[in-house]
Design a protein around this ligand. Structure first.
Ligand code: RBF
Length: 160
């Protein structure tokens, strides 16, 4: 899947939204880039006091997202899963993807999907928002989650 075609989102009046970022810890350098990109996006949006929670691996992201969902307007899940020689990659990717989808749909809280699933570390670094990276997926995941939270808030207001 290519990152080409991503929208330029214009997100305004969101500084009062409560946002939590949950980040796995495997593949430290890539994760540092994703977390930095996410925090930079939150600053750009005027969201000054986000919660940042660390979990061991991407597999743990859904349970942490579920635990926080009742207290936040948007959650952003960050992780990196790199293909190895065993079927483990497919299981972890499928578990985290389905788990985060389930949390989001069941709780009604948007969960930004910032989990990279890559063939190798080089591919992951290219998406991590580091110097020389072509994409900044932590930043994108925050912007998408906050934009969605703002849209959901607008349709829940009484004049709709
Ligand atoms: N977690 C990640 O976030 N990224 C990985 O690339 C990753 N690779 C794993 C490979 C194997 C063989 C195993 C057993 C676990 C891996 N995990 C990875 C950890 C996983 O998300 C979880 O933290 C652990 O399985 C403990 O529940």
């Amino acid at each position: 899947m290519s990152g080409k075609g991503a929208p330029e989102l214009s997100v305004r009046n969101v500084s009062d939204l409560r946002v939590a970022v949950i980040a796995a810890q495997w593949h430290e350098k890539v994760m540092d880039g994703l977390v930095d990109g996410a925090l930079r996006a939150l600053r750009d949006l005027g969201i000054d006091e986000p919660t940042l929670l660390r979990v061991p691996g991407s597999w743990e992201l859904p349970v942490a997202a579920k635990a926080l969902a009742g207290r936040y307007d948007a959650i952003v899940a960050l992780g990196v899963v790199i293909r190895g020689g065993t079927p483990h990659f497919e299981y972890v990717c499928q578990g985290v993807t389905q788990g985060l989808t389930q949390v989001s749909v069941e709780t009604g809280v948007p969960v930004g999907f910032g989990v990279l699933t890559c063939d190798d570390e080089e591919q992951a670094l290219d998406r991590a928002g580091l110097e020389g990276s072509h994409e900044d997926k932590g930043h994108e995941a925050v912007t998408a989650a906050v934009a969605t939270a703002a849209t959901l808030r607008s349709v829940s207001e009484p004049w709709h």
